[in-house]
Design a protein around this ligand. Structure first.
Ligand code: SF4
Length: 212
């Protein structure tokens, strides 16, 4: 059994898939407490569901792109089986993970969006850097940046681990904390090879809206 917070149909707000229709399966629980978390409702709220029931629900939306998100999906071991089964069914599967738990056993067909937590999140010490060894070219690493210190830390981590030689690197702002123009100017001033992104869903709907 999995504890599911919500399943809904929306457009992908982030990553190189931004703008595409996508079914989101949000799993309950998170082992982190980021300073800017906008999904605290997923820490405990949820309902029990079998993998079969989740797949049945996903199929109702007739959309091939599915994202497993949270909370932190990898807190529940059964999320690995859910992702494998969705891949077997022919879905294009994405996983959004906070970067503190091992990705080693995630099905290799899954596109992983791996967060590395910046200093202002207050969760930097939880980053599991070993995960970088398991990144595939289809994966993406995301830095959510709230301050100049976060930016410099992210830039240096990308260089230290050569992350942009392994996969796409995404830099985005903490919504409401850092002006997008500041981050864009820093990226251009340093001329670094990362992809700036905005969280599209926060501009399409009200920033605090759930289920979008
Ligand atoms: S990892 Fe995601 S869900 Fe968990 S506390 Fe951080 S922002 Fe919130």
């Amino acid at each position: 059994m999995l504890k599911i917070n919500e399943i809904y149909f929306s457009v992908q707000g982030e990553s190189t898939k931004a703008g595409l229709p996508c079914v989101f399966v949000r799993l309950t629980y998170c082992n982190l407490r980021c300073s800017y978390c906008d999904t605290e409702y997923a820490f405990y709220e949820g309902f029990d569901s079998s993998i079969d029931s989740v797949i049945e629900e996903v199929k109702k939306y007739k959309c091939n792109l599915v994202e497993i998100t949270g909370g932190e999906p990898l807190v529940q071991n059964e999320s690995l089986e859910l992702m494998k089964r969705l891949c077997d069914e022919g879905f294009e599967v994405m996983l959004e993970t906070g970067g503190s738990l091992p990705i080693e056993n995630v099905d290799k067909r899954v596109m992983i969006i791996l967060d590395l937590k910046c200093p202002s999140s207050k969760m930097k010490k939880k980053n599991l850097y070993e995960n970088i060894n398991f990144l595939k070219p289809i994966d993406e690493v995301k830095f959510v940046i709230g301050t100049r210190e976060d930016y410099e830390w992210s830039r240096d981590i990308v260089a230290k681990y050569d992350i942009n030689k392994k996969c796409e690197v995404l830099f985005s702002v903490v919504f409401g904390e850092l002006e997008p123009v500041a981050l864009v100017e820093w990226i251009l001033a340093d001329n670094i090879n990362v992809r700036f992104q905005l969280q599209a869903h926060k501009f399409i709907w009200k920033p605090e809206e759930r289920g979008v």
